[in-house]
Design a protein around this ligand. Structure first.
Ligand SMILES: NC(=O)C1=CN([C@@H]2O[C@H](COP(=O)(O)OP(=O)(O)OC[C@H]3O[C@@H](n4cnc5c(N)ncnc54)[C@H](OP(=O)(O)O)[C@@H]3O)[C@@H](O)[C@H]2O)[C@@H](O)CC1
Ligand SMILES: Nc1ncnc2c1ncn2[C@@H]1O[C@H](COP(=O)(O)OP(=O)(O)O)[C@@H](O)[C@H]1O
Ligand SMILES: [Mg+2]
Length: 276
């Protein structure tokens, strides 16, 4: 297993070209946030916008629209129950995230199925939270796309069948090669591991001050923002995971707990300090 080192930041985060515009930095849609979990998709959208995605659209329950915009006027909104509009929007995206705060009820399942049917092979699809549980529960067929899974240990148990106590590198790798070859699987824990076709990586940043709801929702948005902008998807994922927890480490020097939205708000400064 290789450790993710600080050098991944300068390898990934590049000084922006003068001759660029919002389209240069990618179009991303975040799909999730039911009536109860609106906060999850808002936190995720903050991660996407503050990490520098060019255009962020949040597809969520319409009850979340005004709170989304009071937190984040930069994000566009669409009602995820309007299937025709959703399909039209998704077709134009470079990156889609699905599942953050989606819920595992009938509504969540319908929306997930629409996304899985619509996504194209050249698009990056980040599969988080409830979408992981639904795929595991209903054994849904995975689409041909550039897939990135972001399970925590229990979600990985549901997806792979490997009990948390048996989630060793060896067992995880067997499941990865059998079920998720060519995708990227991020198994989140206090020391997150990332499985890719090029190897297994372990994060070296992170703090228990991060152990609070919404922390993974935020990470999904940051990963989305990074892969939308930075061409090397694998490095972008490694850099996003490192960055999310490195910012938490900085804030935790002076805070007992680090709130997910504080990580997002620190992203522009952290990325400036670490660009090459
Ligand atoms: N503000 C919002 O809107 C928020 C909305 N959210 C949204 O809610 C949805 C459900 O996501 P979820 O992660 O909360 O629930 P679930 O998948 O049932 O997992 C929890 C179970 O797994 C167990 N467990 C064991 N190891 C673990 C580990 N390392 N990390 C984590 N859990 C671990 C754990 O054990 P226990 O704590 O009981 O000991 C428990 O039994 C999802 O869409 C998400 O986006 C949340 O982000 C919160 C903020
Ligand atoms: N003790 C810890 N040390 C480091 N990172 C942690 C710790 N506890 C949680 N995290 C991080 O917080 C995130 C939790 O993800 P997840 O459980 O999906 O959160 P949520 O769904 O509530 O947003 C992961 O990125 C994980 O690595
Ligand atoms: Mg989660």
């Amino acid at each position: 297993m290789k450790e993710i080192e600080q050098s991944i930041l300068k390898e990934t985060i590049k000084v922006r070209s003068n001759n660029s515009f919002k389209g240069t930095y990618g179009k991303i849609a975040l799909v999730g946030g039911n009536q109860n979990f609106g906060g999850a998709i808002i936190m995720s959208s903050l991660g996407s916008v503050y990490s520098g995605a060019g255009l962020t659209t949040t597809l969520t329950d319409k009850n979340n629209q005004s709170s989304l915009h009071s937190w984040l006027p930069e994000a566009m909104f669409a009602d995820y129950k309007n299937t025709t509009e959703m399909i039209k929007l998704l077709e134009n995206m470079d990156v889609i995230t699905i599942g953050t705060g989606l819920g595992t009820d009938e509504n969540g399942l319908t929306i997930l199925k629409t996304v899985l049917k619509t996504v194209k092979p050249n698009q990056i699809l980040i599969i988080d939270g409830s979408a992981i549980d639904l795929i595991a529960k209903y054994q849904l067929q995975l689409p041909k796309a550039k897939l990135i899974f972001t399970p925590h240990q229990m979600e990985w148990q549901r997806l792979s069948g490997i009990k948390i106590k048996d989630q060793t590198e060896k067992n995880n790798l067997i499941a990865y090669k059998k079920l998720f070859k060519n995708s990227i699987v991020i198994v989140k824990s206090h020391r997150t591991q990332i499985y890719t076709k090029n190897g297994v990586y372990q994060n070296t940043t992170g703090t228990p001050a991060q152990a609070t709801g919404g922390m993974g929702d935020t990470l999904a948005g940051i990963i989305g923002g990074f892969v939308a902008q930075f061409k090397d998807t694998e490095n972008a994922v490694l850099a996003a995971v490192y960055t999310h927890s490195a910012i938490a480490d900085i804030l935790a020097k002076k805070q007992y707990v680090v709130l997910p939205h504080q990580i997002s708000e620190f992203l522009p400064k952290f990325m400036k300090d670490n660009e090459a």
